[in-house]
Design a protein around this ligand. Structure first.
Ligand code: AHR
Length: 508
């Protein structure tokens, strides 16, 4: 058995973890909204058509913020289509996903649902095909108390109280040619600045998220952010970036090491922020909003690597028949290995708590998601549900610095220790919670924990995500094939980490 020691001293903090790093995202895409969140006539739907089984799991995940309505969808979307009497709402072609959008579900339905599940909406405005005036009008519709055209219309549509939406995204992935109305960094900067101005005139209390660059294969990667932040730094509150991890046959070792790739990606965005801040002598700090992250294996189409996405339109990114309502696309079936990788990515989020303030698992229901619903049927948890749930449940508190003394392994990201931990201190419960990935595929690791300054602490619980079959997946019929299991605790300062496993160790 290999040995590793993890050191953490109560005096060395990374920072307070913003609970918004356990947020998520739902787009008008595939079956995310229709037959996901919303399915009137379903036996478990409430009086407004929301599925109660879905609401139950979303509540269990304790998702603080949910981003809506896209994604690529938002750049083709006119929010006016989704308000008012349903029978008058237009059916439109959604160019982003070559689907039919019935508009039965819109901003009112989303904000009411968000309230029911106890989450805050984060709304993206259309800066692709949409206008800056549309963006301002939407803020007025959502947030103005009354006495104006749009706020009175909201009241007439059944919501006299403003929704008070605080977080607003200035478009989505505007760097990419796949985006309807894609702009150069310079043109995006001008449009986003003017949209931001109007949106903040309507409601000065809102927080704005600017599109940064996400795709490392694009020639504009990071240069886009520098150009844009030069003008927008003082106006916006967050820099957005997206990061998807793909198992494209690069081998289990490199796939498991994706936590390191995400770490590099986050640090790259943070470096541009620091550069612009220093170069322009700005005072305030800008935080990162990682508003899309997940494992996404593109099971709908075969890609050898994420680089192959370049040049593809979103039409080509799915095998869906064109122009259907809520086609069953991007319905990834996650494996145990994917779940372990998602757990590793969560460790990176915790270890970057000083720069990442919002992070959205993309997505939430049916589409590259932890929750799967059967149309007119039941619901089950994908394998990735479990690490995300554990992170949200036990990952709140203070992120602590951790050092490890462990044997190393070689991967595409260099020489790394075989264990990757994140240490969280939760003051109220006076507990230390350690999330740790054992990357060794052959051997268990005797994981010793040396804590300083926390008072006497013993291992109380040890939860494990592991298994013999890395390809195991949950199904509706066998929903608990992949789940967390409780390991035996030795009630000391050590735990045995099974080979290739993701672990949550609670000390108190
Ligand atoms: O989450 C699926 C898609 O991935 C989103 O629509 C887009 O923003 C990203 O490319």
């Amino acid at each position: 058995m290999k040995k590793a020691t993890c050191f953490s001293d109560r005096h060395y903090e990374i920072g307070e973890i913003n609970e918004k790093i356990f947020s998520s995202f739902t787009e008008h895409l595939g079956r995310s909204i229709y037959t996901g969140i919303y399915e009137p006539g379903h036996p478990d739907a409430d009086e407004e058509g929301y599925r109660k089984d879905v609401m139950g799991l979303v509540k269990e995940l304790q998702v603080p913020v949910i981003r809506y309505p896209g994604g690529n969808f938002v750049s083709c979307y006119d929010w006016h289509d989704g308000i008012g009497p349903r029978e008058k709402r237009p059916r439109r072609m959604d160019y982003a996903w070559s689907s039919i959008e019935t508009n039965e579900f819109g901003i009112d339905e989303f904000c009411r649902w968000a309230k029911k599940v106890g989450t805050e909406p984060m709304i993206a405005v259309n800066l692709g095909t949409g206008s800056i005036k549309d963006a301002g009008d939407l803020v007025e519709y959502c947030n103005h108390p009354g006495g104006t055209y749009w706020s009175d219309l909201r009241a007439a549509n059944g919501s006299p109280e403003p929704y008070g939406v605080k977080y607003w995204c200035l478009g989505n992935e505007m760097e990419g040619s796949w985006q309807a109305g894609h702009l150069s960094a310079e043109d995006y900067t001008k449009k986003a600045l003017e949209a931001a101005k109007i949106m903040k005139w309507v409601d000065p209390n809102i927080k704005l998220v600017a599109c940064g660059s996400s795709y490392e294969m694009l020639p504009t990667y990071l240069e886009w952010d520098r150009t844009m932040l030069n003008e927008l730094y003082e106006t916006v509150d967050y820099l957005s970036t997206h990061n998807y991890t793909m198992n494209s046959g690069q081998g289990t070792t490199d796939f498991v090491a994706a936590y390191k790739q995400l770490d590099n990606h986050i640090k790259n965005s943070a470096r541009v922020i620091d550069y612009v801040k220093a170069q322009r002598h700005f005072e305030k700090d800008l935080k990162i909003c990682l508003d899309e992250w997940n494992v996404w294996n593109f099971q709908d189409i075969k890609l050898d690597s994420l680089d192959d996405l370049q040049g593809l339109t979103t039409f080509e990114m799915t095998s869906a028949g064109k122009w259907e309502v809520a086609p069953p696309i991007l319905q990834e079936k996650y494996s145990l290995l994917d779940a372990i990788v998602v757990g590793g990515l969560g460790i990176t989020l915790l270890n970057n708590a000083d720069t990442v303030e919002i992070a959205c698992l993309a997505q939430l229901i049916n589409v590259i998601a932890p929750i799967t619903t059967i149309k007119n049927g039941g619901i089950y948890k994908q394998a990735i549900y479990h690490p995300f749930h554990m992170l949200s449940r036990y990952g709140r508190g203070t992120a602590m610095k951790a050092a490890v003394d462990a044997p190393s392994y070689h991967c595409g990201f260099g020489e790394l220790p075989i264990v990757e931990p994140a240490v969280v201190y939760e003051r109220e419960a006076d507990q230390v919670r350690i999330f740790v990935l054992n990357c060794d595929q052959e051997e268990e690791v005797d994981f010793h924990i040396e804590l300083q300054g926390y008072g006497e602490k013993k291992v109380l619980r040890h939860l494990v995500l592991d298994g013999k079959d890395l390809e195991a997946r949950n199904t509706y019929e066998m929903p608990d094939t992949v789940t967390m299991r409780e390991a035996e605790v030795q009630n000391g300062e050590s735990a045995v980490l099974p080979k290739l496993s993701w672990n949550v160790i609670i000390l108190g």
